[in-house]
Ligand binder design. Structure first.
Ligand code: CA
Length: 231
C-alpha cells in the first residue's frame, strides 16, 4: 500500500502544489485546511505521515502537534512541520513538541519529497519493532495484521484500533469515556455504547481461538486487556 500523507495547510495554492507533487511520487494524499478538518480525517484513518503548517486559522499547527503527541492513538504518527518562520527558536520549539522534521517555506518540491522519504524510512524502522504480543495474540502495527497463534484474525479498522490500544495499555482498566476519547477523539459525535459495540465485535473475532477471554469487562468501570484470568 502506498504511504498516505495528510496535508494540513491553509494556503490553497501551496496545498495544491504539495498534493500534486506528492501524488506524482505515488503517495496517497488527503488535504485539509485547518485542524478541525485534519482531526476529522484522522478519525477515519491514521496517515503514514502528517505535513503540518505552523500558522493555521483557529488552532495553530503547533498546538495541534502537541495534541497529537498527547493522544495515545496519534502519538507515533510522524509529523513534518511547515513554516514561514525560519527562526531557530521556533524550530527548537517545534522539535521539542515532537515534530520529526521541520521545513521552512519556501521549499523546493524535491526537498519536500526527500524529507518525507527520510522521515518515512525512519518511522518504518521504529515501527518494525512495534509488535505487540501477549497471551498468544500478536498485533503488528505496521502491517495491521493480528494473529492468534498461527491463525490470522480479521478485524475491522475500529476493532483493530481498539485491540491495539488495549494491548498497548494492557492490565489497566479503561473506562468507556477514556476509550472513546483515545480512539475517536474529543469531538466524535458517538456515544459510549459505541465502545460496547466494538468490544463485542472484537470478542467475536477472537472467540474461535479462545482469545476473547483476554478482553475483560470490569464491572462498573470499563474494559481491560489482561492475560491474567479474570476473578
Ligand atoms: Ca498558513
Amino acid at each position: 500500500m502506498n504511504p498516505h500523507i495528510l496535508v494540513v495547510e491553509d494556503e490553497p495554492a501551496l496545498q495544491f502544489l504539495i498534493a500534486t507533487h506528492l501524488r506524482r511520487q505515488g503517495y496517497a494524499v488527503t488535504t485539509t485546511g485547518d485542524v478541525q478538518a485534519a482531526q476529522q480525517a484522522l478519525q477515519s484513518a491514521l496517515p503514514s505521515l502528517i505535513l503540518l503548517d505552523w500558522m493555521l486559522p483557529g488552532v495553530s499547527g503547533f498546538e495541534f502537534l502537541r495534541r497529537l503527541r498527547m493522544d495515545e492513538r496519534t502519538r507515533a504518527v510522524p509529523v513534518i512541520m511547515l513554516t514561514a518562520r525560519a527562526e531557530e527558536r521556533d524550530k527548537v520549539a517545534g522539535l521539542d513538541a515532537g515534530a520529526d522534521d521541520y521545513l521552512a517555506k519556501p521549499f523546493s518540491p524535491r526537498e519536500l519529497v526527500a524529507r518525507i522519504a527520510a522521515v518515512l524510512r525512519r518511522s518504518e524502522r521504529s515501527r518494525e519493532a512495534e509488535v505487540l504480543e501477549a497471551g498468544g495474540l500478536r498485533l503488528d502495527r505496521a502491517s495491521h495484521r493480528v494473529t492468534a497463534g498461527e491463525r490470522p484474525v480479521h478485524l475491522g479498522p475500529s476493532e483493530f484500533r481498539m485491540l491495539e490500544y488495549l494491548m498497548a495499555n494492557a492490565e489497566r482498566v479503561h473506562s468507556r469515556a477514556r476509550l472513546l476519547d483515545a480512539l475517536w477523539g474529543h469531538d466524535a459525535a458517538i456515544d459510549e455504547r459505541t465502545v460496547d459495540v466494538h468490544i463485542r465485535r472484537l470478542r467475536a473475532a477472537l472467540e474461535p481461538s479462545g482469545h476473547d477471554r483476554l478482553i475483560q469487562t470490569v464491572r462498573g468501570s470499563g474494559y481491560r486487556f489482561s492475560t491474567e484470568v479474570a476473578a
